[in-house]
Design a binder for this molecule. Structure first.
Ligand code: GAP
Length: 442
């Protein structure tokens, strides 16, 4: 495993961000569980996306559709045919299986054995509804969340009186029977997507305008949350690479430890989805423009992001090691320090509240401050070990502020607030803390 990816994986496990699933049984098929800090980080990513896509906009609404849908959805969408398949080859000697397009040579990368001819392997995950496992009971765990949006397009348009251009957003789990899951949480068989489908007129100029608009919007979302601009780029798909539904596709790529790779796709899906669902279901999905009286099947510009891929990109970008440590005013330190410079909105814990000593008189006032602050933010109380060690523990999980209560605090009713990145310390009145942090964190 790449060295710096290994460091992130270790930090994730050691500090309770991400654990291998079913670890007691040796793990399971590249599945992962999120611990408390990982869940908080994931929730912050999703909340930021949701606010940007729905709360701050007049033209987008959100939904939460069922993971299980009629298998007819997947027939109509083209996911059960070659379009949603990868080319699979198997080693005749060790029987390991690989995606053909990932291999540089025609020999098994694990044992050098001869490979079989490629065959198409469908990525949809099969399951059965009810007690009888037969063809009639077969359905699929959704392979992309957006199909749930198309199922609700007409009902949402009517119920919410939506006028083109408008969008429907959704966050939820998707499943793909990937042949080669890899790079920790980057490519797994169960993952979460944050997808928005923007319904526009089929007019070419109009479509191009929205495509460019959404490219920029989505790139800005990542850089506004702290991803360094030099680590982000767009990559246009060649016509050969295009997914079965896409007329045009641009990936937003991040420079991961193993190289540039996709974190989000912006797709022009044309009228592929709505036309096919209309044809297969017999339902009329035409849109009537009330001003021009024109009738058409809307075209779709899609933004499709992965929660785990954003998570990993934010972690990689924020991870900093300082050999020999940073000079602190409280303690000399020669150890290597790790600072996770996560954006304030993403940091799992916002404030750590630390009494300088475990003496009862200090603990009482510190606990009062802690209980007051945690009404508003995720706050951690920590009294174990030296103040320098406690700072470093918080730096490592990306906590933007540490608040220290010392013996002077009892007299002057002030505490010391330390900034994670600058290590600047300020004395703040206890009565001003809520306003102080509101300004800093919101
Ligand atoms: N609805 C369009 C769609 O699903 P995609 O390019 O296949 O498009 C979109 O996937 C995003 O979903 C990707 O950019 C990635 O962030 C995430 N994603 C896809 N497959 C994934 C997997 N196996 N593991 C983790 N994330 C995945």
């Amino acid at each position: 495993m790449n060295n710096s990816l290994e460091k992130i994986v270790n930090l994730c496990k050691r500090r309770g961000f991400v654990f291998p699933s079913s670890d007691m049984y040796g793990g399971f098929e590249s599945c992962y569980d999120y611990g408390f800090l990982g869940t908080l980080l994931g929730n912050n990513i999703k909340q930021s996306w949701w606010k940007n896509m729905t709360q701050y906009r007049d033209d987008i609404v959100g939904i939460d559709a069922s993971i299980l849908m009629s298998p007819r959805v997947w027939e109509a969408s083209g996911h059960l045919t070659a379009g949603f398949s990868d080319a699979l080859v198997e080693c005749k000697k060790c029987h390991h299986r690989f995606r053909k397009d990932y291999l540089k040579e025609n020999k098994c990368p694990d044992c050098g054995g001869e490979l079989t001819k490629e065959k198409k392997f469908n990525l949809m995950m099969k399951t059965f509804i009810g007690p009888i496992e037969n063809d009639v009971a077969t359905t699929f765990l959704r392979g992309e969340t957006c199909q749930g949006i198309y199922m609700n397009y007409r009902a949402m348009k009517d119920a919410m009186r939506l006028k083109i251009p408008f969008g429907i957003a959704q966050i939820g789990k998707a499943f793909r029977n990937e042949i080669t899951p890899r790079y920790f949480i980057f490519k797994t068989r169960e993952f979460e997507q944050m997808e928005m489908q923007y319904f526009v007129s089929p007019n070419k100029t109009e479509k191009k305008k929205w495509f460019e608009y959404w490219k920029k919007e989505r790139q800005n979302w990542y850089s506004n949350l702290g991803l360094k601009k030099e680590n982000l780029r767009f990559r246009e798909h060649s016509s050969k690479e295009l997914a079965h539904y896409a007329q045009r596709a641009v990936d937003i790529e991040y420079k991961f430890p193993w190289g540039w790779d996709e974190i989000e796709g912006i797709h022009d899906r044309g009228d592929w989805d709505l036309s096919n669902h209309s044809k297969h279901s017999g339902q009329d999905l035409t849109y009537i423009d009330t001003e021009t009286k024109k009738k058409f099947i809307p075209h779709i510009i899609e933004t499709s992001a992965g929660v785990a891929r954003s998570f990993l990109a934010f972690m990689v970008d924020a991870y900093t090691e300082i050999e020999g440590g940073r000079t602190t005013t409280t303690e000399s330190n020669k150890e290597k320090e790790t600072v996770l410079r996560l954006h304030h909105n993403l940091a799992p814990v916002k404030i750590a509240v630390l009494p300088l000593s475990k003496k009862d008189s200090l603990k009482k006032i510190t606990k009062e401050i802690y209980h007051n602050l945690r009404k508003y933010w995720i706050v951690q109380y920590d009294e174990a070990s030296s103040i320098g060690r406690r700072y470093r523990r918080q730096d490592e999980i990306g906590t933007p502020y540490c608040l220290t209560v010392d013996f002077d605090s009892i007299e002057d009713k002030k505490v010391t607030v330390r900034d994670r990145d600058t290590m600047k310390q300020e004395r703040i009145n206890i009565s001003d803390l809520i306003n102080f942090f509101r300004e800093k964190l919101e």
